[in-house]
Design a protein around this ligand. Structure first.
Ligand code: GDD
Ligand code: MG
Length: 349
């Protein structure tokens, strides 16, 4: 078994965070996102992993290298232009020799992959797709199944009147190499609109795997990116636990850092500052009496004295001026500078 991670999307819904940082390596609790997927694969004994890239590939290669630091063997393919999800898999054809676990590169999950692989093998499936229930399937791929576990219908981004089940495509597949023959070469092609409906038309052995008690979230929107952090901080992600909440940093004894918060290396936290249920990237500087609550702050950002930051995501190298109020739902791109006393959203007007 080998793996392919689809990590070529532009991450448009996470802009401005993804302007300088491609979505696959946005930090989640101060680790590049893809490391969580690499951990999941390694736990299932899969070390031969191909990353399928398109947008800002050098940044991803630079961070992850050949994978030896993470106990895996990473290879890369870079499409000249995005080929679509199935097109990206086809483009990596020369590297695919075995049944392959394919991951959408923006899914945080603690799935037990070994169980998925066992079921796939037992059923002699051509393709297995993992499903997860969500409240509103309209932003996802809806998947209807039959009693025996076969996929009955696949409908990407259903409209409200097309919703017949809460089960959606969780963005994890096991594919036998023979499906490569069903994908046209050199063209943009999608699993969701192309290959999956095609497998059903051909009557292939296409099965669904519905895991029990498994955490799942697509981190591809700001709300869910923040939610993933809140879940990790609260230790609500069954098999994924944060190892180190505190890096090597400098905090005044009269600063208040709650137990949930995660603080990166080389941060400086001044007297009277409060950090509540938040993540600070490395090298942040939090001045006197500033308060950061329910927020994610990327590396090397400075929060001025008395500033209040709540429910926000703040990019790298930002400067929040003194006594500024940054309210819930605020999303600031890298290097944003807010003048002293600024107020964002919810309140001033
Ligand atoms: N290499 C490459 N090339 N990767 C791509 C391309 C491409 O052209 N297009 C998308 N990807 C990658 C993205 O980087 C992402 O990791 C993954 O494929 C899925 O793309 P998204 O753009 O995030 O799709 P989505 O979230 O709207 O929907 C998909 O995921 C849902 C689960 O989160 C679909 O697979 C849905 O059916 C599914 O429910
Ligand atoms: Mg997505």
């Amino acid at each position: 078994m080998q793996a392919l991670i689809l990590a070529g999307g532009k991450g448009t819904r996470l802009r401005p965070l993804t302007v300088y940082t491609p979505k696959p390596i946005v930090p989640i609790c101060n680790r590049p996102f893809l490391l969580y997927q690499i951990d999941t694969l390694r736990r299932a004994g899969i070390k031969d992993i191909t990353l399928s890239l398109s947008y800002q590939p050098q940044k991803i290669e630079q961070q992850l290298g050949d994978g030896s630091d993470f106990g895996v063997n990473l290879k890369y393919t870079v499409e000249p232009q995005p080929m679509g999800t199935a097109g990206a898999y086809k483009y990596a054809e020369d590297l695919i020799r075995e049944p392959t676990v394919v991951f959408n590169g923006d899914i945080l999950t603690d799935i037990d992959l070994k169980a998925v692989i066992r079921e796939h093998t037992k059923r002699k499936a051509t393709a297995t797709i993992v499903l997860t229930p969500v409240e509103n399937p309209s932003a996802y791929g809806l998947v209807e199944t039959k009693k025996d576990g076969r996929v009955a219908r696949f409908l990407e981004k259903p409209t409200a009147d097309e919703i017949t089940t809460n089960n959606i495509n969780a963005g994890t597949y096991i594919l036998e190499p023979k499906v490569l023959d069903y994908i046209p070469a050199g063209e943009n092609h999608s699993f969701e609109y192309g290959l999956f409906p095609n497998l059903l038309e051909r009557g292939e052995e296409f099965y669904a795997h519905i895991p029990q008690r498994t955490y799942w979230i697509d981190i591809g929107t700001p709300e869910r990116y923040l939610q993933a952090h809140q879940d990790l901080l609260a230790d609500r992600v069954g098999r994924i636990h944060i190892k180190e909440r505190r890096g090597q940093f400098d905090a005044a004894t009269i600063a208040e850092l709650d137990e949930l918060s995660m603080i990166g290396d080389d941060c400086v936290i001044k007297p009277g500052a409060q950090i509540i249920n938040s993540v600070l990237g490395p090298g942040c500087y939090i001045e006197e009496k500033a308060r950061v609550e329910n927020s994610i702050v990327w590396a090397h950002t400075r929060v001025g004295a008395g500033a209040q930051v709540s429910g926000a995501i703040i990019g790298r190298g930002c400067h929040i001026g003194r006594a500024a109020t940054v309210n819930a739902g605020t999303l600031l791109g890298d290097k944003t500078s807010l003048t002293d006393y600024s107020q964002t959203g919810g309140g001033a007007l």
